[in-house]
Design a protein around this ligand. Structure first.
Ligand code: PLP
Length: 323
């Protein structure tokens, strides 16, 4: 059934054989307002496609943080799932299951201690930025709850980082009113531990600095903070921003302890799209355990009958990144 009719000119109707010969392609369309007239879909496609040709060629873009080629089989899977709205988990339980399997695989890769009958705590996101917002909120809420319970002020939270943090941490700090206490260019664990105070919701360490790929010494940070926590009675945790190194270290440096093997590491984010053969649009956040994700951040919806826990900020969401 046609939902719209095309305003065709009888005198030109014989021209439909060539999109370029249509008058729609000869007359400029308004740039910032909707056109008064409709145009045939072929002409719309041609105009938009031609304009997009002025973009760079993604395959030649060597400066991008993300990759721009996937196997043709992936393209096929993406095409066949592009019309699913992932938020309808009851409607698309297999997609949900695939996402959960990925969360569990990544949690195991990052050495979370998960029993055979346990499932990992984590979620797929559109990238590390969204993952970091969720992890940061979990730390902020846990810290606030602890300070409230102790009858202490909870309006001046801070995060200790190196000055090399990616802009997403600055965004988190500004959006959610958390002070960013940036140390030296690459985090020096000793300086970082010194900068920690009672209002520090977490130390954010980077595994794979955006600027030069450098890994920060997270094991040393864990040891120094453990000592400081014992001395002060605080329990300052660590988040690892493994956006650019989380899928390198487990394979190339399996002995390097940077992940859930370290007791103070409570959450880790990783980008899916920075390592090759994955289009932009996927990241992950994994928590050490359920206790590290406060209940207040989990919302329960039941539009389609069953209970669906959700803790990502967006609602409707394409499926393509999980297939
Ligand atoms: C260390 C680090 N954190 C976070 C990000 C943001 O990642 P995404 O693009 O997946 O949101 C980047 C991206 O370059 C990064 O290098």
């Amino acid at each position: 059934m046609a939902l719209s009719t095309v305003n065709t000119n009888a005198a030109e109707s014989h021209l439909h054989c060539s999109t370029f010969a249509l008058r729609y392609v000869r007359t400029a369309l308004p740039r910032f307002k909707m056109s008064e007239q409709s145009i045939p879909k072929e002409a719309a496609y041609q105009i938009i496609n031609d304009e997009l040709m002025l973009d760079g060629n993604p395959r030649l873009n060597l400066a991008s943080f993300v990759t721009m080629w996937m196997e043709p089989e992936c393209d096929k899977l993406i095409q066949s799932s592009i019309n699913k709205n992932y938020v309808d988990m009851d409607e698309y339980p297999v997609t949900t299951e695939l996402q959960n399997r990925c969360v569990n695989m990544i949690a195991h890769l990052f050495n979370a201690s998960i029993g055979d009958d346990e499932t990992a705590v984590g979620v797929g996101t559109v990238g590390s930025l969204e993952a970091i917002m969720l992890a940061g909120l979990a730390f902020k809420r846990k810290w606030q709850n602890k300070m409230k319970a102790a009858g202490k002020p909870y309006d001046k939270p801070n995060i200790v980082t190196g000055a090399n943090v990616q802009v997403c941490w600055e965004k988190f700090a500004r959006y959610f009113k958390v002070e960013l206490k940036e140390g030296y260019y690459v985090m020096d664990p000793e300086k970082a531990a010194e900068m920690v105070d009672e209002n520090t919701i977490c130390v954010a360490a980077i595994l794979g600095s955006t600027l030069n790929g450098e890994f920060e010494d997270i094991k040393m940070l864990n040891d120094l903070l453990t000592a400081k926590n014992a001395e002060t009675g605080w329990d300052t945790p660590i988040h690892v921003d493994a956006a650019s190194g989380g899928f390198i270290a487990p394979f190339i440096y399996p002995e390097l302890e940077w992940d859930f093997r370290l007791p103070l590491v409570k959450s880790i984010n990783v980008s899916g799209h920075k390592y090759g053969l994955v289009y932009a649009g996927v990241g992950w956040v994994i928590w050490r355990s359920k206790e590290d994700l406060p209940d207040e951040l989990i919302f329960h919806i039941n539009y389609l009958g069953a209970d669906q826990p959700t803790f990502t900020p967006n609602f409707s969401k394409g499926t393509v990144t999980f297939v």
